[in-house]
Write a protein that binds this ligand. Structure first.
Ligand SMILES: Cc1ncc(COP(=O)(O)O)c(C=O)c1O
Length: 435
């Protein structure tokens, strides 16, 4: 490599605190224990600044159509009174100290009963309530990952998981996701070769591809976890949003009760993200260790939403149907508009979840996303969701938004594509449009 490259590499190493230069002496590798926490903060800050999904959460609403996230309000047709705390519940709650680091027992029982009813026998001791699924991922990253540890992660994947594992200092090893879900054959090879601390997967309605892993492959992944002792995290945040039938049973349904298969769930997609209620289902020994970290993180999630959540969970089947009725017409509407206005774009119609994983016929999705901003629409390019900056010709579009947004968004995307397409062709990258 050239001298400039070497100098730049040393600059980067110094910037990230990996190396220290002493005048007249040379450049030295920093001890790992050094300023580890400040490095972690740096990684986190940089990671967030790269991530448009969280950036828009922080900056608040504006006139842009924001397709970087998939959210809607609470389900249409569900009585809003269910989100209120009733007088009796409140009186009983206020009589208690208010700290419940593992979660309110009523909620842990409701979650455990739900698993048991759907064929995955579970006790409340196997449940830890978290502040959304995002905190579940962060706690698991803290429990399992030391700087430099290997983590196998599906690719492309959920950006919040990338951020959490990167912040913990993980070395991320991608395992590809295809139409039928993650490549289990490749996962087997990687498990043996990389000896990771954990594996993170989304078997049902994978974010962003919408892929669903088949029964037999699930059985095999559960077997791998049991045989290798490697913790396998299944993030089932989107699993309740089936549009056509049901998602297959979780990996946990195929694993012996002491196997390190860890299931993450959330009320954010089915009910409402504002509740900030998620959970981890795992063998009790893992839940106990996670609970210690939860105490350090926040002494326990707020109990008010947990009272509401315990009352909502028995409504799950009804709300799944409400969501299906809400989502299907939106998928039809958005899919129809894109087909009409942007016929050269391709995607596979998902059977659940909230996203279309769109492939451009040519060009670079990152460039297109930059140009789309000028046309008033925010989209997330595939590279943001990729472990290795791949999926350059893909981006993610949510159909879980108000129909007016979908209509206006599709029109803006079409105008942006009209402007971009003449500059982009399969062979050359249209750098000129990113200024
Ligand atoms: C796959 C996945 N996991 C976790 C989360 C975070 O969910 P929560 O709102 O429960 O923190 C999301 C949010 O979109 C997600 O898509």
């Amino acid at each position: 490599v050239s001298r400039t490259t070497v100098v730049s590499a040393y600059d980067l190493l110094r910037e990230d605190d990996w190396a220290e230069s002493r005048p007249g002496s040379g450049t030295w590798v920093q001890p790992v224990s050094g300023s580890r926490s400040s490095r972690r903060q740096d990684i986190l800050a940089r990671s967030l600044s790269r991530n448009p999904v969280f950036e828009t959460l922080l900056t608040g609403p504006n006139s842009m159509i924001d397709f970087s996230r998939a959210n809607s309000g609470n389900p249409e047709g569900l009585d809003p009174e269910l989100f209120a705390i009733q007088g009796d519940d409140l009186a009983q709650l206020l009589g208690q100290p208010g700290y419940a680091p593992m979660g309110l027992m009523a909620l842990r029982r409701a979650i455990a009963d739900r698993y048991t009813c759907t064929g995955v026998p579970t006790t409340p001791d196997q449940i830890l309530v978290t502040t959304g699924a995002q905190q579940a991922i962060s706690l698991l990253a803290t429990l399992y990952v030391q700087r430099g540890d290997n983590v196998i992660i599906d690719n492309p994947t959920y950006v919040g998981a990338l951020d959490a594992f990167r912040a913990a200092g993980a070395r991320l090893i991608p395992v590809p996701v295809e139409r039928d879900g993650v490549r289990v054959d490749i996962l087997r090879g990687l498990l043996a070769a990389a000896r990771p601390q954990i594996v993170y997967l989304m078997p049902s309605f994978q974010n962003p591809t919408g892929a669903v892993l088949g029964h037999e492959q699930r059985r095999e992944v559960a077997r791998m976890a049991a045989e290798s002792g490697t913790a396998v995290i299944e993030d089932n945040t989107l699993a309740d949003l089936a549009l056509d039938g049901e998602a297959p049973p979780p990996l946990a349904a195929h694993a012996p009760s002491d196997a390190p298969v860890i299931t993450i769930g959330s009320l954010s997609k089915l009910f409402w993200a504002g509740l900030r209620v998620g959970w981890v289902r795992a063998p009790e020994s893992i839940v106990v260790r996670l609970a210690r970290l939860k105490v350090v993180a926040d002494l326990g999630s707020s109990v008010l939403p947990q009272v509401i959540a315990a009352r909502l969970i028995p409504q799950t089947d009804h709300v799944k149907e409400l969501r299906r009725r809400e989502l299907l017409p939106r998928l039809d509407l958005f899919g129809g508009l894109l087909g009409e206005l942007l016929p050269t774009w391709s995607w596979t119609r998902p059977t659940g979840g909230t996203f279309l994983w769109v492939r451009l016929p040519y060009g670079h999705a990152g460039e297109f996303a930059q140009l789309a901003l000028r046309y008033g629409v925010i989209v997330t390019p595939g590279t943001t969701m990729s472990v290795d900056e791949s999926h350059t010709d893909y981006f993610r579009l949510p159909f879980f938004q108000h129909p007016d947004n979908l209509r206006e968004g599709a029109n803006r995307l079409a105008r942006a594509w009209d402007a971009y397409a003449p500059f982009a062709d399969a062979g050359s990258r249209a750098v000129s449009v990113i200024v």
